[in-house]
Design a protein around this ligand. Structure first.
Ligand code: MLT
Length: 312
């Protein structure tokens, strides 16, 4: 029996070796299809592997008459319509672990770049502008990092920030006093974090409860001169409110890896000198990409061969 597997976003070639090695897997890699192309061709496939770009909507799922499994090479499944997949009996798997270090390291890179205005200074120097006064930063040591969402990635960021001699205050619905004590961090409500932090980084999934969690009211509660990092999901921060908070000088700077609409080209926030940004690169390392691709490929092979999956 042969299974047709579609890989519709760029995945690590080394990471898909479980699929390449398995018998009876006909692998098609097509990363340039439009949603219409995908809708027209999806019925040919038994499995679909995606990263973030492909939007697996209810319309596409409705046409996926042979699809048995969707694998998302990353944390979360927010570009997949889970309800529609469930209704059509399609299993959805992801790779919750493989990105953790890379996402935490990218967050730290953004935090340090923000504090020391490295992208702005680099950009100026590239334009032959040697200005040492304009790019005076702040130290991280003894500053407070507020972490909203202390899951795998948030906890790794907290530990790394402690290595920078920062104080950490975190909010997470599952955080207990005992766990916080063990980690050497303070914990409080979202409001406590907003009020006390000098830098705030969000590490929650995007869901109904976290959409625009950082909104105009949240900015109002923050310290003047606070700096904001989002390497989690676009939409956790209300971008209009962030824009206003930067223009009004409430917020000194923001580092964004993710946006409400991606790709975020010609974005209003990118016109502000206080904003530094990367194009959703948190998980973009050789190691993370290989790891997440292995995880989902292995799950797809196991499932199609009648076995169990690790991360449904
Ligand atoms: C993730 O959810 O793990 C990442 O955002 C995936 C990606 O980088 O495409």
């Amino acid at each position: 029996m042969t299974f047709n597997i579609l890989i519709s976003d760029p995945l690590s070639e080394d990471g898909i070796y479980p699929l390449r090695q398995a018998e009876g897997m006909n692998i098609v890699i097509e990363t340039g299809w439009s949603p219409e192309d995908l809708a027209n061709r999806i019925s040919e496939f038994d499995a679909l592997l995606v990263r973030s770009q492909t939007q697996v909507t209810a319309e596409i799922i409705a046409k996926a008459t042979n699809l048995k499994i969707i694998g998302r090479a990353g944390v979360g499944v927010d570009n997949i319509d889970l309800t529609a997949a469930t209704e059509h009996g399609i299993i959805v798997v992801n790779a919750p672990d493989g990105n953790t270090n890379s996402a935490a390291e990218h967050t730290m890179a953004m935090l340090m770049s923000l504090a020391r205005k490295i992208p702005q200074a680099f950009h100026a120097l590239k334009n032959n502008e040697w200005d040492r006064k304009k790019y005076v930063g702040v130290e991280l040591k003894n500053k407070t990092l507020g972490v909203i969402g202390l899951g795998r990635i948030g906890a790794e960021v907290a530990a790394r920030a402690q290595g920078q001699r920062m104080n950490v205050i975190a909010y997470d619905p599952f955080l207990t006093a005992e766990k916080a004590l063990k980690m050497g961090i303070d914990f409080g409500s979202v409001e406590d974090v907003l009020r006390k932090a000098d830098f705030i980084t969000v590490h929650t999934p995007l869901m109904k409860e976290t959409k625009h969690l950082i909104n105009a009211e949240a900015f109002r509660l923050m310290k003047d001169g606070v700096q904001i990092i989002n390497c989690a999901r676009g939409g956790i921060i209300d971008e209009e409110a962030l824009y206003d908070a930067i223009v009004s000088k409430k917020v000194d700077g923001a580092a964004l890896d993710v946006f409400e609409q991606e790709p975020a080209v010609n974005h209003k926030l990118l016109t502000l000198a206080e904003v530094i940004a990367t194009p959703h690169l948190g998980a973009s390392t050789i190691e993370a990409q290989e790891s997440v691709a292995i995880d989902v490929s292995q799950d797809v092979v196991n499932f199609l061969n009648g076995g169990v999956v690790r991360n449904p």
